[in-house]
Design a protein around this ligand. Structure first.
Ligand SMILES: Nc1nc2c(ncn2[C@@H]2O[C@H](COP(=O)(O)OP(=O)(O)OP(=O)(O)O)[C@@H](O)[C@H]2O)c(=O)[nH]1
Ligand SMILES: [Mg+2]
Length: 444
């Protein structure tokens, strides 16, 4: 009876972190777990989340990751061990479930006696960021996708990376029979383009599956590339039929099940954006990021549900938080400008949300602070380079809007070592308490 009552009184919610590869998902989840377990530790030396008003330390009894049957558990211990060796988490290669259970004492003794502990469960998935890009394929035909992708490659920032792939595609003899030898030839050239564009900070790269390596399940299935207009114009062309079939198989056996099983169950969404590649590579890259974000949002279902609709209506996202990750990579003096840039990059997406009356918010976050301010210069930072040397970097004002940035971008892409971490209490974050407050804000 008590168990049933506990289940009934447990609040459970799904949160989707929408973050492209390297946006900081795994570091964020590791940090959340480390910080909250420390927050719950009465013997903890220092409370690193002093503004976490929604989860008061004196009421938090425990924070733990619970097992689930749906996906392997998020490997917190492995990520923490990696950071303890001063290495960032490995790029994620499979889906895992992060089910965080927070147990709180009730605010009043009579409530505690009557209802027992207050339990909140948050279900979040960690996954390879490349998977995300392919969700929007589910709403496009192969021909529409193909035409769209090739049109993008006629302008920057894609064009300069696509030259040799486009030369190969235009010179390809489509009278050749469709077989794996010729098909792989096309795919390798396209894959090469995707890899080079990814290294240069371009976000919208499809199929993201081609950026992964075997045995990734998406990589084994998502083996298609765009075809030129002259082939698309012939509905029975063998090459068109071949890639159309692969595309359809990929959608049916991978993209749609993935979307429905994991991505469309959330009521809250954290859109995690790394603005630093765009700042380093220039205006066209940030504009491209803005466009990818608009497309990404179309893969999710938004809608505010009244309390009585929650029982029968399909789950939809009711709250979105746009988060610029790694904000320790700019000096504190520049953070208000970084926040303005985040608002500008997410402007199209937030307008879509406003039209649907969905609550949204913007936040800067560093899940693990890896830089130090420069005591003599508020516009500068210090950090440890992976080669062990200490670097100092000075910043010009961060542009508040995309078109204020120069064509080339002038901001350094900082590669730094994570800080020295012996135990969970060594994590230092920026604004993580604000993120958690916002997530908890809607708690029922
Ligand atoms: N300075 C700083 N760097 C960070 C922070 N979080 C992540 N990074 C950097 O960003 C990289 C990517 O972070 P991950 O957490 O692995 O990103 P991800 O979204 O899980 O990436 P995939 O697994 O490829 O999808 C790390 O290797 C770090 O270099 C942060 O809070 N501060
Ligand atoms: Mg990851």
């Amino acid at each position: 009876m008590k168990k049933h009552l506990t289940n009934l009184l447990t609040s459970e919610r799904h949160i989707i972190i929408t973050g492209l590869s390297r946006s900081g998902k795994s570091t964020l989840l590791t940090s959340v777990m480390a910080q909250l377990s420390e927050h719950a530790n009465p013997a903890g030396e220092m409370n690193r989340l002093p503004f976490l008003t929604r989860i008061p330390a004196n009421r938090l009894l425990s924070a733990r990751l619970v097992e689930s049957d749906e996906a392997p558990n998020f490997d917190f211990a492995a990520n923490l061990a990696q950071l303890q060796q001063r290495q960032w988490p490995q790029a994620t290669t499979r889906i895992s479930q992060f089910t965080l259970e927070l147990t709180l004492k009730r605010p009043h003794a009579w409530q505690q006696r009557l209802l027992g502990d207050e339990i909140h469960r948050f279900i979040i998935y960690d996954y390879p960021g490349e998977w995300l890009m392919d969700l929007s394929l589910a709403d496009l035909s192969y021909s529409d996708w193909s035409a769209h992708v090739l049109a993008q490659q006629t302008s920057e920032p894609q064009l300069s990376h696509a030259q040799s792939w486009l030369a190969m595609l235009n010179g390809f003899d489509f009278d050749l029979p469709v077989n794996s030898l010729y098909s792989d030839h096309l795919l390798h050239s396209y894959q090469h383009y995707l890899q080079s564009a990814k290294c240069a900070g371009i976000s919208r790269l499809q199929p993201g599956a081609l950026l992964l390596t075997p045995p990734d399940p998406a990589h084994l299935l998502g083996r298609f590339c765009p075809l030129p207009a002259k082939v698309l114009a012939q509905p029975n062309h063998p090459w068109l039929l071949h890639f159309q079939q692969r595309y359809q198989d990929y959608l049916e056996s991978w993209v749609k099940p993935l979307r429905d099983t994991y991505f469309r169950r959330a009521q809250q969404q954290i859109v995690l954006l790394d603005l630093f590649e765009g700042l380093a590579f220039g205006r066209a890259y940030l504009a491209e990021m803005q466009e990818s974000l608009n497309h990404l949002m179309s893969s999710f279902i938004y809608g505010k549900r009244r309390w009585y609709e929650k029982l029968h209506k399909h789950v939809s996202i009711e709250q979105v938080i746009f988060v610029a990750s790694k904000c320790d990579l700019v000096p504190l003096s520049q953070q208000p400008r970084l926040l303005s840039l985040l608002k500008h990059v997410s402007q199209g997406a937030s307008q879509q949300l406003k039209a649907q009356q969905i609550a949204f918010d913007h936040l800067l976050l560093s899940a693990l602070v890896a830089t130090k301010p420069d005591a003599d210069n508020p516009q500068a930072l210090r950090y440890k380079h992976p080669d062990g040397s200490t670097h100092q970097v000075e910043f010009d004002p961060i542009p508040e809007r995309i078109h204020d940035l120069s064509e080339q971008g002038v901001y350094p892409l900082i590669h730094c070592l994570p800080p020295i971490i012996h135990q969970a209490s060594d994590f230092r974050t920026m604004h993580l308490d604000q993120l958690l407050n916002r997530i908890m804000g809607e708690a029922s």
